[in-house]
Design a protein around this ligand. Structure first.
Ligand code: FEO
Length: 395
């Protein structure tokens, strides 16, 4: 079924409800869409493609709109294979189709797919006239790869934004946000951002500046709904996340081998809420979905981590979370930590070293428990939470 977003602009993307891990890493409980768009003037342009397993569906969607007309141009806003791996198949179907991308994208197309003919290099503010509609290119490097760019159609005030403003979650019948209840996408947008784009806050901020300079009325991202009504909220979510600005709330992330560290985590969570914090998320890192934990580390301003000492080091799932956070260069969180050991402690010290490495202010001494948890630890938990709740510094 054809979705005409504006006269001459069509949605031709697909849903993927079978891949279980995006980038072989991140869970997809609600699927994901790979969005592509057809812009039809006197000439026809396709903007991005889809993951190669869905190339046949993409072709069918295109033919539903243009039948046997040819595609004149393929704009490659982003080369990650979830958007580019159908390029070779499309080139076989439309051999005269010229491929438009910036120099880095064209180099990657040759490297990934062995295609090096029929290319047009796009530079900043270059314009392609389709006859009736024009497309202009602006570079937004590192959102999320170095070759990323956006394509702007001024006649329709429509921005084809690549990964920027995307979200996990397939499209359940509706393509444009005005057709659906968008509520289910906000958490998926944060999870997508934290996992995929989270390292690139400064480039996202630069991209936001460019977008705000345009009279955008429609954003066509590569994942998730087409944004019209909700553009303000979408820009706000991306702005807040890319400034790493946490809202008031705490993640208590712990692992526990025999339940003692877990009981301390539960106690800390109870103290946080008793102290007035309403947004508290507690995760057992041995079982929690890492992408969900990361999402909430981006979302909230406070992180409290607990780990047993294991082989003289942090318990492995805790170390993995800290690695993911360090890889995303999150500049500040209100940080507290607690640890446990049986005969020789290391976890609390290592959690403190993590905070130092991140240049985060550690709000108080870690609570380090020897062996079993009991009422003698209640006061230490209360003090740790007191330090967190009473901290007034801005993050
Ligand atoms: Fe959806 Fe960076 O690719």
């Amino acid at each position: 079924m054809i979705t005409e977003i504006h006269p001459g602009i069509y949605y031709v993307g697909v849903n993927d409800r079978t891949t279980t891990r995006f980038e072989s890493l991140w869970s997809l409980p609600q699927g994901v869409s790979y969005n592509a768009y057809l812009v039809v003037g006197e000439k026809v342009a396709l903007i991005d493609t889809v993951e190669e397993a869905f190339a046949g569906r993409l072709e069918a969607n295109i033919r539903e709109i243009i039948a046997d007309r040819k595609i004149d141009y393929l704009m490659v806003n982003h080369m990650e294979p979830d958007h580019s791996s159908s390029i070779a198949a499309l080139r076989r179907i439309y051999p005269e189709m010229r491929i438009v991308g910036n120099a880095k994208a064209l180099q990657m197309i040759a490297g990934f797919y062995g295609i090096d003919g029929g290319m047009v290099e796009a530079k900043e503010n270059d314009t392609l006239d389709l006859g009736g509609l024009t497309l202009t290119f602006q570079m937004i490097p590192m959102v999320h790869w170095p070759e990323t760019m956006v394509t702007w159609c001024p006649e329709r005030r429509t921005l084809f934004s690549g990964d920027a403003f995307g979200t996990f979650g397939a499209l359940d019948g509706g393509i444009v946000d005005s057709q659906i209840d968008p509520e289910r996408y906000w958490d998926e947008m944060r999870r997508y951002y934290a996992c995929i784009v989270g390292k690139y806050g400064a480039p996202v901020q630069r991209a936001l500046q460019k977008v705000r300079a345009l009279p955008v009325e429609t954003i066509c991202s590569t994942h998730g709904p087409v944004w019209q009504r909700e553009i303000g909220r979408v820009l706000d979510v991306y702005d807040r996340l890319s400034r790493y600005e946490g809202e008031r709330g705490a993640v208590v992330a712990y692992a526990s081998m025999y339940g003692n560290t877990e009981r301390m985590a539960e106690r800390i969570a109870r103290e946080l809420v008793a102290g007035g914090m309403r947004q508290v998320r507690v995760y057992n890192l041995s079982y929690a979905d890492p992408s969900v934990v990361l999402r909430d580390v981006f979302r909230f301003d406070t992180l409290i981590v607990g780990s047993p000492t294991y082989n003289g080091a942090l318990f492995p799932p805790v170390a993995e979370l800290l690695d993911r956070i360090a890889a995303r260069c999150i500049p500040e969180r209100k940080f507290g930590c607690f640890g446990s050991f049986t005969w020789c402690g290391a976890a609390a010290r290592l959690l403190g070293e993590f905070a130092q490495k991140m240049k985060w202010k550690q709000l108080c001494e870690p609570v380090e428990m020897c062996q079993g948890f009991g009422p003698e630890w209640y006061e230490s938990c209360r003090k740790l939470v007191g330090c967190v709740l009473n901290d007034r510094s801005e993050h």
